[in-house]
Design a protein. Structure first.
Length: 345
């Protein structure tokens, strides 16, 4: 078939016009910035952008403890696979919130972690009246700070204690013993009601700082000191009902003795405390337990830090007796010292 030259030229003209028309729909902008590859964007990102939203913590596998000075990681232990899982659960990452303007006050660190090449660190800290803080530091000096639920630093404190028991001289607790410790004994590392024998709870209470006694009972009753922190923050004092019920939950104490403390304001019916107590606590380990009816006996040993290197110095052992109540409550009713370092020759 012969081609019609006129038709060919006509169709070519139409095609050119169509192509020119399409080119005007989306014009090229010569001044538009060039899109950099993803890798280049990561290299120039700010420290805030370097921390992903999911904030993974699985890379932190080394726990460190002070030896020569705070935060020097002089004493280290590597997490097991189970401990890595436990760490992820206790940190409760889903409830972290970024802090842009942190409070200018000191923090108490309860758990310090590092990744395998020690280029990144994670600190779980108690900010006193401001709650729990988690700080992630990088080797280049950048850091990111988050707030977390108060229960996180309490769980971190108990987790750190488990790790400190890696030394051969400190007994490792089985899961049942760990549960007993977490239920009945965990708050008493800093100051304890168990370093002397007694058969009247008042004897134990009289030898403790009143604020620390209440703090220990608050942690036993509520799982943390958050209720106390809330009352301290508002500045109006702690209601007498809260203080007295918290103490009486686990110690059978005379109400007159409780209200005789200088912290009690009888006119306002509140207690005013001065907080700020701190220090390095002992490490406890349950070595045995037995139950006879409603009485539970727990054998425990407490270890101090020898030269700050490891909690391997046994200071005393004791047996505490606990009365279990039908409603699920319980009270300390007696304590017997079974061994004490200061009594040895």
């Amino acid at each position: 078939m012969r081609k019609n030259p006129f038709l060919v030229r006509f169709l070519a003209l139409i095609l050119v016009l169509l192509l020119c028309g399409c080119g005007t729909v989306t014009p090229t902008l010569p001044d538009s910035p060039k899109q950099e590859p993803a890798q280049s964007q990561m290299e120039v990102a700010t420290p805030q952008e370097e921390m992903p939203v999911e904030r993974p913590v699985t890379e932190f596998t080394i726990a460190g403890f002070d030896k020569e000075g705070p935060g020097d990681f002089g004493y280290q232990t590597v997490l097991t696979a189970q401990e890595e899982t436990d760490l992820t659960e206790l940190l409760d990452m889903g409830n972290w919130e970024r802090v842009e303007d942190p409070p200018q006050r000191g923090f108490t660190c309860h758990l310090a972690m590092a990744n395998s090449d020690m280029s990144k660190y994670l600190w779980v800290m108690d900010g006193e009246d401001f709650g729990t803080f988690i700080r992630i530091d990088k080797q280049d000096g950048s850091s990111v700070l988050y707030t977390a639920p108060t229960e996180v630093h309490q769980a971190a404190k108990r987790f750190a204690q488990r790790l400190r028991m890696r030394d051969d001289t400190v007994p490792n607790m089985n899961p049942a013993q760990q549960e007993l410790f977490d239920t009945y004994l965990f708050p008493w590392a800093l100051q304890t009601p168990f370093d002397q024998s007694w058969d009247d709870p008042l004897q134990a209470a009289e030898n403790m700082v009143f604020y620390l006694l209440l703090g220990g009972c608050c942690q036993l009753e509520y799982g943390s000191m958050e209720p106390m922190n809330q009352y301290e923050t508002d500045g109006n004092g702690m209601p007498a009902e809260f203080v007295e019920q918290t103490l009486l939950a686990h110690f059978d104490l005379p109400l007159e003795w409780i209200r005789n403390h200088k912290e009690y304001d009888s006119e306002a019916n509140v207690y005013h405390f001065v907080s700020g107590y701190g220090g390095v606590g002992n490490v406890g380990a349950i070595t045995g337990s037995r139950q006879n009816g409603d009485l539970l006996e727990i054998d425990c040993s407490w270890f101090d830090w020898r030269d700050g290197e490891a909690p391997d110095l046994l200071t005393y052992s004791h047996t505490v007796t606990i009365k279990l109540e039908e409603d699920g409550g319980w009270k300390y009713v007696g304590n017997q010292i079974t061994w004490r370092l200061s009594d040895q020759d």
